[in-house]
Write a protein that binds this ligand. Sequence first.
Ligand SMILES: Nc1ncnc2c1ncn2[C@@H]1O[C@H](COP(=O)(O)OP(=O)(O)O)[C@@H](O)[C@H]1O
Ligand SMILES: [Mg+2]
Length: 258
Amino acid sequence: MLTWLSRGSAPVMADEQEEALAQETDAGSKAFVAEPLLTVRNVERSFNAGSQKIRVLKGINLNLYPQQLVMLRGRSGSGKTTLMNLMGGLDTPTEGEIHFKGRPFHKWDDDKRTEVRRKDIGFIFQAYALLPLLSAYENVELSLRMANVPRTEWKSRVTSCLDLVGLSKRMHHRPFELSGGEQQRVAIAKAIAHRPSLLLADEPTAELDSQMAAQVMQVFKEIVVSENVTICMTTHDPTIMEVADHVYEMVDGVFVAK
Ligand SMILES: Nc1ncnc2c1ncn2[C@@H]1O[C@H](COP(=O)(O)OP(=O)(O)O)[C@@H](O)[C@H]1O
Ligand SMILES: [Mg+2]
């Protein structure tokens, strides 16, 4: 088990966590100190807008470890989505390095990153991203098809993922027959069905009332352990941060201490 994780206690800032990790390593307990799942090193991202260059990320450093629930917090426009896109291999940095399970995303072309993404990363967006004509069951099944999971495994995996998010009884409903919170839970089932190591969720609770948001966060807390997944999510909501193992606060393209 990862004893240095602070699940259940107050979120810690990056440097404190690094220090804790180093101490454990110094104490000779390397055997259970995990390698990071994802590392972001000195990452910058700029966009060209006409003749102007807009510097959006200005030197980001971050580590994600196995079975962590990590949050990025910051105002709209601070750069959270830009960073999530880089971590998920949807985009590449202008400067700096991103390694996912040791693979250099910053050097890899889109085809190679897409291959990793399909197999090992799941995405959840603010607006559920379910296909409206498919049932909950079919939506989840689709992600197994996309990841080339053998057909014989589909039924049990789809059923168990919908069970995990508490929607076994709604599996044949289409999105329009479900509440916002239920749709987002289907989206979670869909995003984890192919057993990714990393789940990236961009403002997954922004459209939900506080009770539904709490349900989604409960599911996140559970699957970090039961599905052995690391979750990195963005939020504006301070109450949600209480369940995080770790919170990064972004202001204008850099992380700041809270
Ligand atoms: N493709 C792009 N081209 C130009 N500017 C962009 C692009 N993507 C994001 N930006 C700019 O980067 C800034 C940060 O955006 P974003 O990462 O979406 O912030 P957040 O998710 O924190 O609201 C914004 O000012 C946005 O306009
Ligand atoms: Mg955003």
